[in-house]
Design a protein around this ligand. Structure first.
Ligand SMILES: [Mn+2]
Length: 321
């Protein structure tokens, strides 16, 4: 870690401009980590740009962006606003992901020469090859935890709203400090509390529309077990957000006997999405690959064009059997 950070500091100092990007449908861990590392980069006299995709954004990130914008000056830009400023000395920092196909904008890899990856997911196949530097470890709960260790090393204090969003990221990735949580995770959380993390504001980031919640609970009723340890939930014919599918898959994991969960629903008129989660024994990435998707061993997804829910359900059942 120390060696990596020393090398990263050199990269930061010699960069002409610095871009920060996470995975598609960036979550609060990716976003919180982006804010945290921005504070470190600012210490070196640079103003990094955090790449956002406001067209396809998780509602929690839309909320977090508007909350943080009011209090702290970060630079958020859409992809089309940054491309003309890329040169040979641009540094791209990739957070919370290490696979090309999962990036918010995979083609940026071909335009930027200096690339650094910081992630906490199990290293899978097709890790981004052209990285100058990478730090991928599964010994931490979240990307935020890595960035907190980095902030501590640099002795940087951060604003309350930034601490809050970073803490929210840790909550998401540890399922409320229930999984992947070590003593260092709590030390990182403690650092964020000392820096003014606000639990009420954090809850606001997680608050959702009541109708949406009830609708999702109804969907959970339509779930059924496969092979005694996997559960599948088929949504109705309405179009859902991808984050709804992800939430359903996560919620299904809390039931007895469930090792892996799958939520299937329309994410567009002509597109069916599948979101899957696993406690660790079942590799859902392998399952999603067979549907043309990808992800991590415990967290993966796929989308299939121009088919019905039933067709996707059949295909999934075949793969699982
Ligand atoms: Mn994460």
């Amino acid at each position: 870690m120390d060696q990596f950070l020393d090398k990263l500091n050199i990269q930061i100092r010699k960069a002409s401009n610095i871009l920060i990007m996470s995975h598609r449908y960036m979550d609060l861990d990716g976003f919180g980590a982006a804010l945290g590392i921005s504070k470190i980069i600012e210490k070196y006299g640079r103003k990094p740009t955090i790449i956002v995709n406001s067209e396809e954004q998780d509602p929690s990130i839309t909320k977090a962006v508007s909350k943080v914008k009011r209090k702290v000056s970060f630079v958020f830009k859409e992809k089309q606003e940054i491309e003309e400023n890329i040169d040979d000395k641009t540094l791209l920092i990739i957070l919370d992901v290490h696979k090309r196909e999962m990036l918010e904008y995979p083609d940026l890899l071909d335009k930027v020469k200096n690339i650094v990856i910081v992630d906490h997911h199990i290293k899978g196949e097709n890790m981004i090859e052209q990285a100058t530097l990478s730090y991928v470890t599964t010994s931490v709960s979240s990307t935020v935890e890595i960035i907190v260790d980095y902030l501590k090393k640099e002795a940087i204090q951060i604003e309350s709203v930034v601490s809050t969003i970073m803490l929210a990221g840790m909550y998401i990735d540890t399922n409320n400090f229930n999984v992947k949580t070590s003593s260092n995770t709590f030390l990182a959380a403690s650092y964020l509390m000392e820096n003014g993390a606000d639990n009420i504001l954090k809850q606001e980031l997680f608050q959702e529309n009541k109708k949406n919640f009830i609708r999702r609970q109804k969907m959970l009723k339509n779930s059924h077990m496969i092979n005694n340890h996997m559960i599948v939930c088929i949504l109705d014919k309405n179009v859902y957000q991808r984050s709804d599918l992800a939430k359903i898959a996560e919620e299904l994991l809390q039931f007895e006997e469930v090792e892996a969960s799958f939520a299937i629903g329309y994410v567009d008129e002509n597109m069916v999405g599948v979101s899957s989660r696993s406690l660790g024994k079942i590799n859902v990435e392998r399952v999603m690959k067979q549907l043309g998707g990808g992800g991590h061993k415990t967290d993966a997804a796929a989308t299939v064009q121009n088919v019905s829910l039933a067709k996707v359900q059949d295909a999934l059942t075949k793969i699982l059997n």
